[in-house]
Design a binder for this molecule. Structure first.
Ligand code: ZN
Length: 147
């Protein structure tokens, strides 16, 4: 398989400085991942009532599978492992995008629900989705907020 490195600025698509980097081969196409990502970023904006986000989101292989995504708060950058992403259903994708944007856009610390340290099982997320989104929207403990 042939690896490729592409870097696309999606500011017109997502309305913010969102980059996507592909340095891997296999799974979904780069465009498929970006389309899926945009759905969840748009959902975040609608949920929180904001016009845009300032976080940069990369698809990039993570060193370990146990850490499928990360928010680098100091740089307002989110990295998502594309191979893990490809195996997520839409609920797990929503969970991980809201979780990382929770850190990078809202300064949420790890706590419960969407800000739990692990992606919730899809059936659990789906069953409690309304409540999880309500908790998320109302506000959760902040980074450095005494935790
Ligand atoms: Zn986290």
């Amino acid at each position: 398989m042939r690896n490729c490195v592409i870097c696309i600025i999606l500011s017109t698509l997502i309305g913010a400085a969102v980059y996507a980097t592909a340095a891997y081969a296999a799974g979904k196409t780069h465009e498929q991942r970006l389309d899926e990502l945009q759905i969840h970023v748009d959902f975040f904006k609608k949920l929180m009532g904001v016009d845009e986000i300032t976080t940069i989101i990369h698809f990039q292989r993570m060193p370990t599978v146990s850490n499928p995504a990360a928010c680098i708060l100091s740089h307002r950058v989110i990295i998502i492992d594309p191979l893990v992403w490809d195996h997520y259903d839409k609920y797990e994708q929503e969970n991980i995008v809201l979780h990382e944007l929770g850190h990078c856009e809202l300064y949420y610390a790890h706590s419960g629900g969407i800000m739990y340290e692990s992606v919730l099982p899809s059936h659990v997320y789906r069953r409690h989705r309304d409540q999880l989104l309500q908790m998320y929207k109302q506000g959760l403990p902040l980074i450095g907020g005494g935790l």
